[in-house]
Design a protein around this ligand. Structure first.
Ligand code: SAM
Ligand code: DTB
Ligand code: SF4
Length: 334
């Protein structure tokens, strides 16, 4: 059996996740080397083009209008200002530029027209354009694709069962429907989740199983560690340990071998050594820049130093995974 599979059983994923940590990292690392260049890490920049006052009630998110977090809200940025940020991101080594908006869904209005213009101009810089704007209809997805969007980020965040404990203003099926619209429009899918929201290990693994059932698999999978923000319902949650992150990244790498696995939010709380193990376990993407959407991220010079220490280089834009069949079966002697 090839290792790109859409029929993972939850039990199989659990067996992998529960392996002795170093054995798990070794297996994930081996598979990673068969599908990807292990020295290459995709560097993405994020920009919040519309911040705060979101109508959704996502418990983790400081941008929900229903929470009392202290963030600076603003309306949609001007096209020129966004393109200037993209140029800066490119100059500092990012190959992907992700524009995020605190919306429940995209509306067919002037703001959407501005976004299509931003997309055209950022695409013209030769960067992979990514957007994360909330739910999309089929026709909006097509317009974004035509304007030049390469990837659309829309996370499942957790299992179907735990989702309703975290968000009540939309359903798991709403999320899956947008993902289908994204795929049908021909954009690549960026879809992952968050650790540390009070979910069980099983919720994390069920999410991975759902991701593995998408055909084709999502091209990129962000694994976020909750950054608990004062004023949000999850403000008092404990930070997850880096060991859980390493375990989750390794399992993701084995279940979705050719995906770009992104060590995403929460990286600021991990040591350099911890992050190194995440890369060894198969993470091959990060968000760079001092800020994520509203929350802090490691400083550029710290990341430059980390890449130097580990001998990592940034991956060029629009790179395909290595198309090679693996001989490693994860079921072997487990
Ligand atoms: N509004 C759009 C949506 O929900 O799809 C796009 C922006 S939303 C902020 C993008 C993702 O950021 C969420 O799906 C969630 O996974 C992640 N996120 C938000 N707040 C976070 C936090 N405090 N810690 C970690 N990840 C977070
Ligand atoms: C994703 O999975 N993580 C990014 C991106 N997709 C859009 C966002 C992380 C947001 C962290 C909280 C904040 O900065 O507000
Ligand atoms: Fe709004 Fe997205 Fe934040 Fe949910 S995660 S509150 S949809 S910005």
């Amino acid at each position: 059996m090839g290792d790109i599979r859409n029929n993972w059983k939850l039990e199989e994923i659990k067996e992998i996740y529960e392996m002795p940590l170093l054995e798990l990292v070794y297996r994930a690392s081996t598979l990673h080397r068969q599908h990807n260049d292990p020295r290459e890490v995709q560097v993405s920049s994020l920009l919040s083009i519309k911040t705060g006052k979101c109508s959704e009630d996502c418990s983790y998110c400081p941008q929900s209008a229903r929470h009392k977090s202290e963030i600076e809200s603003h309306k949609l940025m001007d096209v020129d200002a966004v393109v200037a940020c993209a140029k800066q991101a490119k100059a500092s080594g990012s190959s992907r530029f992700c524009m995020g908006a605190a919306w429940r869904e995209v509306k067919d209005d002037e703001d959407f027209d501005s976004i299509l213009e931003m997309v055209k101009q950022v695409d013209a810089l030769g960067m992979e354009v990514c957007c994360t704007l909330g739910m999309l209809t089929e026709s909006q997805a097509k317009k974004l694709k035509e304007a030049g969007v390469y990837a659309y980020n829309h996370n499942l965040d957790t299992s179907r069962e735990y989702y309703s404990k975290i968000i009540t203003t939309r359903t798991y099926d709403d999320r899956l429907e947008t993902l289908e619209n994204v795929r049908n429009a021909g954009m690549t899918i960026c879809c992952g989740g968050i650790l540390g929201m009070g979910e069980k290990d099983e919720d994390r693994l069920k999410m991975l199983q759902t991701l593995s059932q998408l055909t084709p698999h999502p091209e990129s999978v962000p694994i976020n560690a909750l950054q608990p923000v004062p004023g949000t319902p999850l403000e008092k949650n404990e930070l997850i340990s880096v060991w859980e992150m390493i375990r989750m990244i390794a399992t993701t790498r084995i279940v979705l071998p050719s995906a770009v696995v992104r060590l995403s939010a929460g990286r600021i709380n991990f040591s350099k050594e911890g992050q190194a193990l995440c890369f060894l376990a198969g993470a091959n993407s990060i968000f760079a820049g001092d800020k994520l959407l509203t929350q802090p991220n490691p400083k550029q010079n710290e990341d430059t130093e980390l890449f130097k220490i580990l001998g990592l280089k940034s991956r060029p834009a629009f790179k395909e995974p290595i198309k090679q069949k693996s001989t490693l079966s994860v079921k072997q002697d487990i």
